[in-house]
Design a protein around this ligand. Structure first.
Ligand SMILES: Cc1cc2nc3c(=O)[nH]c(=O)nc-3n(C[C@H](O)[C@H](O)[C@H](O)COP(=O)(O)OP(=O)(O)OC[C@H]3O[C@@H](n4cnc5c(N)ncnc54)[C@H](O)[C@@H]3O)c2cc1C
Length: 578
């Protein structure tokens, strides 16, 4: 079946919905999502969205932009960070006016809490900058934006999975999707297509990410020769529930929670004397791993299961229940621990991809190192890299990224489609997607997808994790290459068309394999330590050789690396001391 729109938004998380809301004002807009819109991972975001409102104490967008740049270890494009911080204030007020129930101060203003790496006066001490709605901020954003989209007559195609994009030279003219309930392949013609498909944490064994976070958008574009930017930078959040990876929000430390080792020491005093437990996430995750390596972790069942404690008992029962109700539930359900009374066992968990589809500040996808854009092709949210997070994202800056750059992309698309022509779509536009499905359905299955997936996730966790070494990353590259070959020998047993989750799982696995290869190759190539990319063999940051964005091109079984300059027009790179 063929459908036609002005704007097609792929992904119904915060970025997709905000873009749809803006584009929908002036253009025929549809949102397509493989899960029901409000089940997108944005709904799981807990802690908050940053904006220098200054409601609790003095603050300024300039300090926010600086913290973002420094937090990202100077790989942030500074013009983009300034836009992020300056637009934040309006963005949060817009959400408030659209009905988002933020927590309030006694005076009735939006309340704000502390989060890692957010400081007053360029690093003097932590600042209250995160606006929040208990520990359900993302859920509230999703509900608010979804209601607004319905009000503005945006069309939704829920449970449609994008398989391919339709490109005509350097122009995008639509996408190909599978209707999950029927197995039917649809062609979606559009003058502009936005990819807002979210993260890809499922490539790692221990992750906070939802099952749907399989990097479909970036992988689809990578297969069309579009580069992926800075994929070596993957954030490990310091406090995932031990063994499970389920997130315990940084808001717990923002409200006063403290990390402790087996000797009950507040070990962050050693690593970040000023910001302590509220240092940026890359530093705290490394501190936890270092404590464990030095034998100061709490013993798990095996050595690799060692962990540390997050002690929230000092916050007080009443405040915990008021501000962290979901976290309390998670701890009781999964650990049988009441955080008001006992410490929470935590380990770093794969959380957020700083890299992704390269875009300019309007969300237009960039094709190469000279910054050429693809007409009609846009990306926003976690799957994109604009780049405001550089080598390490600060907590609460992602929800902000979604609304600021989702909005900008929506506005740009609405404008672009006014004069853009509707292209005729080639007859075989769905050919590639059809062939991939046919191959999986007709193949004699020799390899199990589940085994390939498990090996991929273990390999990435062990070799491209918090600390990295040349030999380990080389091993990861080889293993992932082998797994990609094995993938060719897999197929489905279930040949039903409707709700064929076996087929969908395999398609997602192939996306994760492609992104794992790009991630491991990009990491191996960057011979320095910066932000979340910490190498034992190259422990220092090397601005002379690596103050540049990686652009990784997937070329069949190999990855070609190129670079793109970093915008450092505002602040000169300095060592990161907290
Ligand atoms: C547990 C958790 C807590 C977090 N807490 C915070 C926080 O407090 N503050 C903060 O700033 N950040 C937080 N983050 C990060 C932040 O929530 C995410 O980065 C952000 O929500 C991603 O939003 P998105 O719109 O890019 O994508 P998502 O919300 O992940 O949505 C992706 C959408 O794409 C669709 N999609 C994907 N593939 C396809 C396909 N092939 N076909 C069709 N549709 C597809 C999905 O159906 C979905 O609708 C948290 C993340 C996690 C995992």
């Amino acid at each position: 079946m063929i459908h036609a729109f002005d704007v097609l938004v792929v992904g119904a998380g915060g970025a997709g919905l905000y873009a749809a809301l803006e584009a929908g004002k002036n253009a025929k807009t549809a949102v397509l999502s493989k899960v029901y819109a409000v089940r997108s991972h944005t709904g799981a975001a807990q802690g908050g969205i940053s904006a220098a409102l200054g409601n609790v104490e003095e603050d300024s967008p300039e300090w926010h932009a600086f913290d973002t740049v420094k937090g990202g270890d100077y790989l942030v494009d500074q013009n983009a960070a300034v836009i992020l911080a300056e637009d934040a204030v309006q963005a949060v007020h817009d959400l408030e006016n659209r009905g988002l129930p933020f927590n309030r101060t006694k005076e009735g203003r939006i309340d704000q809490r502390r989060f890692g790496g957010h400081t007053r006066k360029f690093g003097e001490g932590p600042v209250h900058r995160a606006c929040y709605s208990a520990d359900r901020t993302g859920h509230m954003i999703m509900q608010t934006l979804f209601q607004q989209c319905i009000k503005h007559s945006v069309s939704f195609y829920d449970e449609f999975q994008i398989l391919d994009v339709i490109l005509d030279g350097k122009k995008c003219c639509g996408a190909v999707a599978l209707e999950i309930s029927t197995g039917e392949v649809h062609i979606l013609k559009a003058k502009a297509v936005l990819f807002a498909t979210g993260g890809f944490g499922r490539m790692f064994k221990v992750t906070s990410n939802a099952h749907a976070n399989t990097g479909d958008g970036p992988a689809i574009l990578a297969r069309h020769g579009i580069p992926m930017e800075d994929m070596e930078f993957f954030q490990f959040h310091p406090t995932g529930i031990k063994d499970m990876g389920i997130l315990i929000s940084e808001a717990v430390r923002g409200e006063g929670g403290i990390l402790r080792n087996s000797k009950n020491q507040r070990f962050m005093e050693k690593y970040a004397p000023t910001l302590l437990d509220l240092a940026p996430r890359d530093m705290v995750s490394r501190a936890i791993v270092t404590e464990i390596q030095e034998g100061l972790g709490i013993r798990g069942d095996r050595k690799i299961d060692d962990y540390v404690y997050l002690d929230a008992t000092g916050i007080g029962k009443e405040k915990i229940l008021e501000r962290l109700p979901d976290i309390t539930d998670f701890c009781k359900t999964y650990l049988d621990v009441d955080p008001a009374e006992k410490s929470i066992p935590v380990q770093p968990t794969a959380h957020y991809g700083m890299g992704g589809i390269p875009t300019d500040i309007h969300g237009r996808v960039i094709l190469n190192s000279s910054g050429e854009v693809c007409d009609g092709l846009y990306a926003a949210g976690e799957c994109a890299c604009v780049s405001v997070h550089g080598a390490n994202r600060l907590g609460t800056n992602s929800l902000l990224d979604l609304v600021v750059f989702g909005r900008r992309a929506g506005i740009h698309m609405a404008d672009y489609v006014k004069d853009a022509e509707t292209d005729t779509i080639a007859k075989d536009a769905a050919g590639f997607a059809g062939e991939r499905i046919a191959h999986l359905v007709e193949n004699k299955k020799k390899e199990q997808g589940a085994d390939i997936r498990e090996e991929m996730r273990n390999t990435m966790m062990e070799n491209v994790g918090v600390y990295r070494m040349e030999a380990d990353m080389a091993k990861a590259v080889n293993t992932i290459k082998d797994l990609r070959q094995k993938f060719k020998e897999t197929g489905v047993e279930d040949t039903n068309r409707g709700f064929n989750t076996e087929l969908l799982d395999l398609l997602e696995l192939s996306n994760l394999l492609d992104l794992s290869l790009i991630t491991a190759e990009s990491a191996k190539n960057r011979k320095e330590s910066r932000g979340a990319h910490a190498r034992d063999d190259y422990p220092e940051r090397d601005d002379d050789n690596y103050l540049k964005h990686t652009l990784a091109f997937l070329e069949d079984d190999d990855v070609r690396i190129d670079y793109k300059p970093v915008d450092t027009s505002r602040w000169e790179p300095k060592p990161r001391i907290y």
